[in-house]
Design a protein around this ligand. Sequence first.
Ligand code: F6R
Length: 262
Amino acid sequence: MEVVVCRDADEVGRVAGARIAHLVGQRPDPVLGVATGSSPLATYADLARRVREGSLDLRGATAFALDEYVGLPPEHPQSYAATIRRDFAEPVGLDPDRMHVPDGTAANPDEAGRRYDEAIAAAGGIDVQLLGIGANGHIGFNEPSSSLASRTRMKTLTMATREANARFFESVDEVPTHCLTQGLGTIMEARHVVLVATGEAKAEAVAGCVEGPVSTSCPASVLQFHPKVWVVVDEAAASRLRNRAYYDEVLANRPPSQLIAD
Ligand code: F6R
C-alpha cells in the first residue's frame, strides 16, 4: 500500500486524480470503478479539469458505480444513478450508456447483483477503482461482517450509515434500509485501487484499513491483500496511523512524478 498524506481535501483530489489519469490516460477504452458520497468529489473535480484542459479524454471510457439504494429509481435525485451522473459522468464527458449502476429496482436483487458482476467481467474488469471509506470501515456498502469474498448482492445498511447519509434526505427515515453493493471480492478484482478519505471522523477506519488486523470488523482491511492500492488522505484522516513517519519517509525519498507512475 502507498499511503499519501496530503495537506487538505483539495490536494487529496489532485493526487488521486493524477494517479487515476496516469493509470487510464493512455488507454482509449479504460474501465473505471467509481464511488458516490462526499470523499471523491475533489477527485472528480480534478478529473473534470484534466478533461477540460485536454490532457485526459474519457469519451471511450466505461464506468461502474459501487452501489445503489434498493427501492430508489434512477430518476430519484438521491439515487446513486442520479448522483454519479451529476458528480462524475457529466463533468468528465462520459457516454451515459457506458455509466453502469446496480439496478436498485430489480425484482430479484441477487440476480441483478450477479448480472452486474457479469457486466464488469464482460467489460474486461475494472482498471482502477476509486473508493471512499465509511467511518465504520465499509467500502462500497460492505458493512462490518461482510464476507471478505462477497460478490455484488443486496445488503442491509447499518443505522450508522443511514444516519451518515441522512444529510442527503429530509430525514433518516427516508434513507433506504437496503442497497445493492459490489462485494469485497468484486472490489478486490480491480487491477488498481485508489481510496480517498478526509476528516477526523475517518481516522479510525483509515488506521483499521491500512494497519489493523484483516477482519470483517473493518471491511476495508481486505485491501491489505491487494497489491496495488493507494490510500490518499488528509492530515486529519491520517491522525491515527501508527506508521505515519514511515509513510512520510517513503514520500520524501521519491519524487511525486515517480510515485504517480509506479
Ligand atoms: C459510496 C460508497 C461508500 C462511501 C462511504 C463514504 O458509493 O460506496 O462506501 O464511499 O460511505 O462516504 P462519504 O464520502 O460521503 O463520507
